[in-house]
Design a protein around this ligand. Structure first.
Ligand SMILES: *[C@@H]1O[C@H](CO)[C@@H](O)[C@H](O)[C@H]1NC(C)=O
Ligand SMILES: *[C@@H]1O[C@H](CO)[C@@H](O)[C@H](O)[C@H]1NC(C)=O
Ligand SMILES: *[C@@H]1O[C@H](CO)[C@@H](O)[C@H](O)[C@H]1NC(C)=O
Length: 332
């Protein structure tokens, strides 16, 4: 739970480096979801992710990875990719058989689900760190630290016994260690480089205001929509002058199909207090100039009307006057 808070703080804290630092993804991980319906039926689902961006999905029938971006293979050769696909296929098939073999011994009751995440991320001090965690029925079960299996406290004695079993398979441990601590960092550095044009792009948000369903009599729900931005980190808040409004509620940052992001930020206020509030948007694509949208500001609406009406007036009247003057000259 701590990590999301730290990330959020890094975005929030002005001068905390959150805006200036490289904002693209800095980690790669694969996800495995193995569902065991009964003693004779199980299936694996697999996918590969660069931060929030999916790069691969696993085709279980073919035993191959499906690469979702032209640069998803990073700097790996076709032979290297094929070799890795074979490793994953042998692993995934073996995983199901091993679990089915030991399900009774470890009192695993059908149906159950095993989830795994493994990968590596760039370390702020340089280099990379690798990780592998497993969960059983949605609860942390074990992790790998420094080539060793560490049972999670929530996993109880069953996790301890399974770690002891894993330690007996030296061959598997060596392959997993090589994948985690060598292949993953090489792939991560390579794919970040090959995909950098797309990963480091900057797309400006569009923002607009609306009112949501009234939270109660005499109250307004002000909604600030921020849409179509990339990369994901963004800071949006409701303000009165320079004062951040503590009642600001931030929704989840949601994905668009074009791989940009959308965020909704709301404020519940008394109807009489809405005037003078503004929604302020800070994003790396805006080059340090925040977007500011004012709620129902009569001055700005007046100015806009003036800005439209004056040119329109000139446009219509000047030719007419000129035409009339010409006519009057001619009639002389
Ligand atoms: C095992 O589960 C699968 C998938 O839910 C189901 O189709 C099959 O009939 C089940 N087999 C047994 C023996 O219960
Ligand atoms: C990692 O494991 C090796 C050998 O098992 C050990 O020598 C080393 O001290 C460990 N490192 C850490 C950080 O625990
Ligand atoms: C891919 O790039 C990384 C980082 O530059 C490098 O360490 C690795 O050796 C490269 N791999 C191949 C197969 O070229």
């Amino acid at each position: 739970m701590l990590l999301p808070w730290l990330l959020w703080l890094a975005v929030l804290c002005p001068g905390g480096g959150g805006e200036a630092a490289f904002q693209g993804p800095t980690s790669y991980h694969v996800i495995q979801i193995s569902s065991f319906a009964n003693s004779s039926w199980a299936q694996n689902q697999g996918s590969g992710w660069l931060g929030d961006l999916q790069l691969q999905s696993w085709d279980s029938d073919a035993g191959r990875a499906v690469f979702l971006k032209p640069w998803s293979k990073g700097n790996f050769s076709e032979e290297e990719v094929t070799r890795l696909e074979e490793v994953f296929q042998v692993y995934l098939n073996g995983f199901i058989l091993e679990v089915q073999d030991h399900a009774h011994e470890f009192q695993m009751e059908y149906p159950f689900e095993i989830q795994g995440i493994a990968g590596c991320s760039l370390h702020s001090g340089g280099g990379t760190v690798s990780f592998l965690r497993g969960a059983l029925g949605g609860v942390d079960f074990l992790s790998i630290k420094n080539y060793s299996c560490v049972p999670a406290p929530e996993g109880g004695s069953r996790a301890q016994r399974i770690c002891a079993l894993i330690h007996q398979y030296a061959g598997i441990r060596d392959i997993a260690g090589k994948l985690l601590f060598e292949t993953c960092p090489q792939y991560l550095l390579g794919v970040l480089d090959v995909g950098k044009a797309e990963l480091q792009r900057q797309v400006k948000p569009e923002a607009w205001l609306s009112s949501g369903p009234s939270p109660g009599p005499g109250r307004l729900l002000l909604v600030c929509h921020v849409s179509g931005f990339y990369p994901k980190p963004v800071w949006v808040t409701w303000m009165r002058g320079e004062q951040e409004q503590p009642g600001t509620r931030r929704g989840d940052v949601l994905p668009h199909a074009d791989e940009t992001w959308y965020l909704r930020v709301t404020l519940d206020v008394a109807a009489g207090e809405a005037a003078g509030l503004s929604c302020r948007v800070r994003h790396s694509s805006l080059g340090g100039r925040d977007m500011v949208l004012y709620w129902g500001n009569p001055v700005s609406i007046g100015l806009i009307s003036l800005a439209i009406i004056v040119p329109l007036f000139i446009l219509l009247t000047v030719p007419t006057l000129w035409f009339l003057r010409r006519r009057s000259y001619q009639s002389i």
